[in-house]
Each structure stands twice: as C-alpha cells, then as structure tokens.
Design a protein around this ligand. Structure first.
Ligand code: GDP
Length: 328
C-alpha cells in the first residue's frame, strides 16, 4: 500500500532544498486522514525535526473584513522584498463543518502567492487523526525545514481558534478596525490579553484621524490588561495595508519583541510550554478518537443517549457505564 507514496528521501531532499512543490506534497500527507499517509508523514517529520524551529512564528487574528488578507499581502511582500522567505498558513476550525475554507486561499493574496519567496497554504480540515491544530503545527515544522524565515498563521476571530493559534506562535497580533467604540467597551478583552500587538488597520484617507483616536483608546485599555508576554508591553499601532503604510514599523516592533523575549528567556520558555501543550492536546485528541470510535462504544452510544434523554437514567450513570465498557 505504501508503494504509491512519495519516497521519503525524495521528500526530505526536496523540502531541505526549499522546493515548494515537494513541500506541498508533504503537507498533503500530513493533512490526510488516511492512516497510511499519516504514518508516512510522521516519518518525514521525524527526519526533518532537526531542521525545524528556526523561524519566527507570527499569528494574526481579526474579524472578517478587518483586512487580514490585505495586511498579509502587504506585510508578506515587504518581508519577501527584504530577502526573507515567508510561509502563510491558516487555521479555520469551521472548515470541518463547511467542507471549505474561508481563510488563506490563494485568490485572496494574489500578489504574494506569485512571489518566489512566499508559500501560501489554506487551512486544513479537521479529521480523526488530530484536529486542525496538529496539522498546522506539523506544517509549521515542515515549512521551517524548507527554510522559511517567517511563518504567518492567520485565523478568523471566532471562538477557540485564537487560542489554538496563540499556542503555536511566538508573536500574536490582533488586527482591528477604526471607530469601534462600542466594540472596544464590551470588547473581547480575552483576545486583547492574548495579543502582543493590536493593529488598527485602514488608517488611510478620511479614516486616518479616527484610526489614531482608536489607537489611543486601545492603548488606554491595554495599559490595564495583563500583558500576553512577560516583560513586553502590548501596544496599539496603526497601518494601512492598502497603501503599505506602517508596515515596516510593525516589523520593527516584532523584531524588538524577538530580541527582548530571547534575551530574557521568555521566548524559549514559551516554546517549551507550547510543546507540552501540543502533547497534551494530542493526547486529548487521541483519547477522544479512541473513545468515540471504540467498537463497543460507537454502536451503544446513541442508545444510551436516548435513555438519558427519555429521563430513564442519569448522565452520570450513563457515562460511568460507557467508561466501564471502554476500559474493559
Ligand atoms: P479579511 O476578511 O480580514 O481578510 O479582510 P480583507 O483583507 O479581505 O479586507 C476587507 C476589505 O477591507 C477589502 O475590501 C479590503 O480592500 C479593505 N481593506 C483592507 N485593508 C485596508 C486598508 O488598509 N485600507 C483600506 N482603505 N481598505 C482596506
């Protein structure tokens, strides 16, 4: 069965030589929900692990329309022009439900996708062998082995996905819009507490003044929040992704963050912690899978659920019975 799979050495060489086509094939194996692809992908990862870890991993979140893809196009192109290799990945947990991905598709970043220094990959869909986070994390490692200096991980600002991305990046930024006065009040304080920078985008034309005002408001709020990274004060900045303004300044901030966090040890400490979290989240994934797909549990579960719904037994006794069967 494995005969049809791409040769391990060919994949390894191709990736280490930065061949984007080979990289894309390896990522497809990682994203596959077929067991033999998964095994093959793990072998590649194992070989490439010593070549990973050297990039700067940056997460970007924001509501739809905040300008994430426009920002990444501008920011990514700026970095490529500076001689860096940039990979753009996306985490879109909804993709497993909708069957498609709304993030990171090539048509949204046309200019960047044609840049020889860039590599853009849409969000994987979830699946039984670990969720989107497992696949994206492993893809980060492959991209690093392929020599990408900066990995941008984009996610849409809904629910869990911000936390998932925060847990896999070094620097996390929230892209936001101007004049969101009400939004600021009731605001996702939780998300601001995850961010190392808040970027007020679309600071151009008649919007520019308002953007400055919004920036000041964010800074006032940020001042009172717990910083996302020890020893780093999260601040707000403005930029215009369409007019490429404020983009070099944001890169400067990120480099300063890198220097500061590396000097204090916070950078390495976070990565260590992230690795532990990765292990734990994969254990949870596997447990979930092994439970719900257990040959004795799977057919029994609907029956027991119905008994509870009908009021014939308690949730606790139902779960207890299921676990007794599972651990038999
Ligand atoms: P996303 O959903 O967060 O990826 O947002 P998009 O990048 O698709 O941008 C949403 C809309 O805002 C598009 O019409 C963009 O052209 C526009 N937009 C994005 N960035 C800027 C900016 O810096 N200035 C202005 N004026 N418009 C922008």
């Amino acid at each position: 069965r494995t005969a049809s799979l791409p040769d391990l050495n060919v994949l390894e060489d191709g990736i280490l030589n930065g061949k984007r086509g080979v990289l894309a094939r390896a990522i497809t194996l990682i994203e596959s929900n077929a067991e033999h692809h998964f095994r093959h992908a793990q072998e590649i990862l194992h070989k490439l692990l010593p070549h990973s870890g050297q990039s700067l991993r940056i997460g970007i979140t924001g509501v739809p329309g905040a300008g994430k893809s426009t920002f990444i196009e501008s920011f990514g192109t700026y970095l490529c022009d500076a001689g860096l290799k940039v990979a753009v990945l996306a985490v879109d947990p909804s993709s497993s439900l909708s069957g498609g991905s709304i993030l990171g598709d090539k048509t949204r970043m046309e200019q960047l996708s044609r840049n020889p220094n860039a590599f853009i990959r849409p969000s994987p869909s979830a699946g039984k062998l670990g969720g989107v986070h497992r696949k994206t994390r492993e893809t980060v490692l492959l991209c690093e082995a392929a020599g990408f200096d900066v990995i941008l991980v984009e996610t849409v600002g809904v629910g869990q996905s911000e936390v998932i991305v925060r847990d896999m990046v070094d620097f996390f930024m929230l892209l936001t819009l101007t004049g969101a006065g009400d939004e600021l009040q009731g605001m996702k304080k939780g998300i601001m507490e995850l961010a190392d920078a808040v970027i007020v985008n679309k600071a151009d034309g008649s919007n520019k003044k308002l953007a400055e005002k919004t920036k000041a408001e964010y800074n006032r709020i940020l001042h009172f929040l717990q910083p996302a990274t020890k020893g780093w004060q999260t601040r707000a900045y403005t930029c215009s992704s369409v007019f490429n303004q404020g983009i070099p300044e944001i890169w400067k901030v990120i480099k300063m963050f890198e220097d500061t966090a590396k000097a204090s040890g916070v950078f390495e400490e976070r990565r260590r912690l992230q690795t532990k979290q990765w292990i734990h989240s994969m254990i949870l994934d596997q447990l979930q899978f092994s439970f719900f797909y257990h040959p004795d549990i799977k057919p029994l579960l609907p029956k027991i659920e119905n008994e509870v719904i009908a009021g014939n037994r308690t949730v606790t006794s139902a779960v207890e019975e299921l676990f007794n069967i599972y651990s038999k």
